[in-house]
Design a protein around this ligand. Structure first.
Ligand code: ASP
Length: 275
C-alpha cells in the first residue's frame, strides 16, 4: 500500500495564506505520490515532497524561510527511516536542507551536522545555494510521512525556525524524537513551538503510545500534542496504512495522498482525525 501525509505547519493562519499553502501542499503530495508510484522508496517520496515545499517560497522552509532578529536566515531539517536518522541545523548554504539531511544520514557517520560543517557539506555536494524569496512569510514548518509498497516508513521535516528567533537558535525540527521520528510501526513529524517540542519529544511519544500502550493513532497524536503544552501539530502514519493528524494550535493545513485521490484538509485546534 502506498500512502503519504504532508503538513504545511501548525499556527495562526490567515485564510489567504492558507489557500496558498494548500495549493503548494497539493502539488507536493502529487510529486511525493508520483515518486512512490514510480517505484521510489518512502524516503525518496518524503525528500522529494519536502524539497518542493522548500523551493516554493510560500512556506517557512527553504527559500521561504523567516528571518532571525539580525535579518539572517538559517534552516533546520531532518529525515528518518529504517532505524537511521540524518539532520542538519543552522544551515545557510543551501535552500535544500532536507536533501542535506539525507546526505548526512547516508553519507556520513553522524546523525546531526550543524553550522559551518553542514554548509561545507552542502557546497561539496553541489546543493543549490540559498536565495530567500520572501523572508517574511507568515506560515510554518513543513513535513511529510510516507509508506511505500514494500511496507517501509519515512518521515521528513524542514523549517526556517520561528520568527524573531535569536541568531544561532536551533529548534525541534532537526532533533530526532522531537521534530520527526520513524519507529518500527509509525512515522510522524511535528510542527509548532520548538522549545516546548524539544522538551516533550512528541514524535517519539507518539510511537510509544501507539506501539507500546496500544492507543489508536489519533488518540496517540492528541495525547502527544497535549504533552507539549504549547502550540503543536502532528501528522503520522503506520505500517498498516492508518493515517492521522492532530493539532492544539489554531490551524494545520494537510494533504493525504492515496492511490485514488489527494485530499486536502485544515485540521483545527483540538481535533484528532483518522484520515
Ligand atoms: N517547530 C519549528 C521551530 O520551532 C517551527 C514551526 O513548526 O513552525 O523551529
Amino acid at each position: 500500500m502506498k500512502l503519504m501525509v504532508l503538513h504545511g505547519g501548525a499556527g495562526r493562519w490567515e485564510s489567504k495564506e492558507l489557500d496558498k499553502a494548500l495549493s503548494v501542499l497539493r502539488r507536493a503530495a502529487e510529486i511525493g505520490f508520483k515518486t512512490l508510484s514510480n517505484g521510489g522508496s518512502a524516503l525518496d517520496a518524503v525528500v522529494e515532497a519536502v524539497s518542493f515545499m522548500e523551493y516554493s517560497g510560500v512556506l517557512n522552509a527553504g527559500r521561504g524561510s523567516c528571518r532571525d532578529l539580525a535579518g539572517g536566515v538559517s534552516l533546520d531539517a531532518g529525515v528518518m527511516w529504517m532505524g537511521r536518522a540524518g539532520a542538519v541545523a543552522h544551515v545557510k548554504a543551501t535552500w535544500n536542507a532536507v536533501k542535506l539531511a539525507r546526505i548526512v544520514m547516508e553519507g556520513t557517520p553522524h546523525v546531526l551536522l550543524a553550522g559551518d560543517g553542514a554548509d561545507e557539506l552542502a557546497r561539496k555536494k553541489g546543493l543549490p545555494p540559498l536565495e530567500v524569496v520572501t523572508g517574511e512569510v507568515n506560515s510554518d514548518t513543513v513535513g511529510a510521512v510516507a509508506l511505500d509498497e514494500n511496507g517501509r516508513l519515512a518521515s521528513a521535516v524542514s523549517t526556517g525556525g520561528i520568527r524573531g528567533k535569536m541568531p544561532g537558535r536551533v529548534g525541534d525540527s532537526p532533533i530526532p524524537g522531537a521534530g520527526f521520528w520513524t519507529s518500527r510501526l509509525v512515522a510522524s513529524c511535528s510542527t509548532g513551538y520548538g522549545e516546548a517540542i524539544i522538551m516533550a519529544q512528541p514524535c517519539r511519544l507518539t510511537s510509544i503510545l501507539y506501539e507500546e500502550k496500544g492507543l489508536p493513532l489519533s488518540k496517540a497524536l492528541i495525547n502527544a500534542c497535549e504533552a507539549v503544552k504549547a502550540p503543536c501539530g502532528l501528522i503520522a502514519l503506520t505500517i498498516n496504512g492508518e493515517a492521522a493528524a492532530s493539532t492544539i494550535a489554531d490551524f494545520m493545513p494537510i494533504a493525504i495522498a492515496r492511490e485514488r485521490d489527494i485530499k486536502m484538509l485544515v485540521v483545527k485546534r483540538g481535533e484528532a482525525l483518522e484520515l
